[in-house]
Design a protein around this ligand. Structure first.
Ligand SMILES: Cc1cc2nc3c(=O)[nH]c(=O)nc-3n(C[C@H](O)[C@H](O)[C@H](O)COP(=O)(O)O)c2cc1C
Length: 202
């Protein structure tokens, strides 16, 4: 059994839903899940002006992430929404605070996986996943690709692919929430990720 940290940031709630689907997959495989939200960096007046507080409140089961806690996990699943085809600032800000862990090699050899979402189906999922993955390269982590070993990779018409779990959510509201395929893919990947992380930890 491995202890998996799911480190994410979500502004409008969809990446949070994807994190929940991953958490279920890890738990179904017998893993222990710690759901952690990267600290908010938006000023409270912006949160209020954009009506984001209810969405933040919906994520109350996720504790605020702490750098010091990261070495206690056997594997880390890291995700956030796509911003201009790249990593969201709140998550990057948190990852950029891990220099001391990097210097001491505290994450070396641990499993790492990445997930994201975007408003459009070709809006930058893969560039965001690959961009986030450099964190794992520099920390000497072992990246766990979804590949096509996960049967859902072969068939999904919405989110999820060999680089990891994804979703898309058009801003016109025509696809509210995660599709069944996106949920199934994330669950399958969560189970797969836990298996690899447990082997590495052993
Ligand atoms: C500043 C900004 C940049 C964005 N850039 C992209 C993008 O490059 N491609 C895309 O498809 N969606 C883009 N989006 C849409 C978000 O990726 C989308 O709303 C996200 O999946 C929502 O995730 P969340 O509900 O977890 O916050 C952007 C949104 C914002 C606010």
């Amino acid at each position: 059994m491995a202890r998996i940290g799911i480190l994410y940031y979500s502004m409008y709630g969809q990446t949070y839903d994807l994190a929940q689907a991953l958490a279920k997959g890890v738990a179904d495989a017998g893993g222990e899940v710690a759901l952690r939200r990267a600290p908010e960096t938006l000023p409270q007046e912006v949160v209020d002006a954009q009506g984001l507080q209810p969405i933040i409140d919906r994520q109350a089961d996720a504790e605020t992430a702490s750098v010091d806690e990261l070495p206690s996990f056997d594997g880390l699943l890291i995700g956030g929404p796509t911003r201009y085809g790249s990593t969201v600032a709140q998550l990057q800000n948190f990852l950029d605070q891990t220099g001391a862990l990097w210097a001491e090699g505290k994450l070396v050899g641990k499993a790492a996986g990445f997930f994201t979402g975007a408003a459009t189906i070709h809006g930058g999922h893969e560039s965001t996943l690959l961009g986030m993955s450099t964190f794992a390269f520099h920390h000497g982590m072992v990246i766990v690709p979804a590949g096509y070993a996960i049967p859902e990779s072969q068939s999904t018409r919405t989110g999820g692919g060999p680089y990891g779990p994804t979703h898309f959510a058009p801003q016109d509201g025509s696809k509210p929430g995660l599709s069944d395929e996106e949920i199934a893919f994330a669950g399958a990947y969560g189970r797969h990720f836990h298996g690899v992380a447990a082997k590495l930890a052993a």
